[in-house]
Design a protein around this ligand. Structure first.
Ligand code: GRF
Length: 203
């Protein structure tokens, strides 16, 4: 049976688009059942609507606490029988409650080679630091920020003539290649978590 995916996005949604396109091209054993956003102005919501994907948008201000906000999300996801949450530029930290309910069923993409350059300005931080190699990480989400077991990593080389903008472009290109792959592996039940390691089971 196809896995049901919820994509969480707060902004532009290019990773959401990459996953939509990947599903459109072929044989991924999953479907995006809904796109969730905390930001009603998120372009990701427009992308979802264009592809007739259900959208849900909620504002944290309408809830007494982040815990209540996340428990409401969990209720919606449960009623939709969601198997996998894909964070794609979702700018809120998940509460421990939501992480526990969907243990090992939440993925995130990070624009650096974790554990280097955690946080929200990773591309700029890596560029300014002067590293020669940075990259992209897809990982499972646990209760600690940017720390869950790593599913895929791909290096991106920083050349002498790279600007911040050209580096950003390179990183996004790689993101759009590897995130759909990671989702595909999950949907094919090929990811096995052993401690901190994620093993890719061969077909
Ligand atoms: C990506 O760079 C991702 O790595 C980070 O947030 C950005 C989201 O971009 N977590 P988009 O909204 O998918 O275009």
């Amino acid at each position: 049976m196809k896995k049901k995916i919820a994509v969480f996005a707060s902004g532009f949604g290019s990773n959401l688009q990459a996953i939509i396109d990947y599903i459109g091209r072929g044989s991924l054993n999953g479907e995006i059942a809904l796109v969730f956003s905390n930001n009603k102005g998120a372009y990701a919501l427009e992308r979802a609507k264009k592809h007739k994907i259900q959208t849900v948008c909620m504002n944290t201000k309408d809830f007494a606490s982040r815990k209540e906000f996340d428990l409401k999300i969990a209720e919606i996801l449960k009623s939709e029988k969601i198997d996998l949450i894909v964070l794609a530029g979702y700018m809120l930290l998940l509460s421990p409650e939501l992480v526990a309910i969907f243990e090992n069923k939440i993925m995130n993409i990070h624009p650096a080679l974790l554990p280097s350059f955690k946080g929200t300005h990773s591309i700029k931080d890596a560029y300014k630091y002067g590293v020669k190699v940075t990259g992209v990480t897809v990982h499972f989400v646990d209760k600690d920020l940017d720390r869950g077991p790593i599913i895929l990593q791909e290096p991106v080389y920083i050349d002498n003539d790279d600007s911040m903008e050209s580096l950003e472009e390179k990183i996004h290109r790689v993101e759009h290649e590897i995130y759909p792959k990671a989702v595909e592996y999950f949907c094919d039940d090929r990811l096995k978590i052993v401690g901190r390691k994620v093993k890719l089971i061969s077909d």
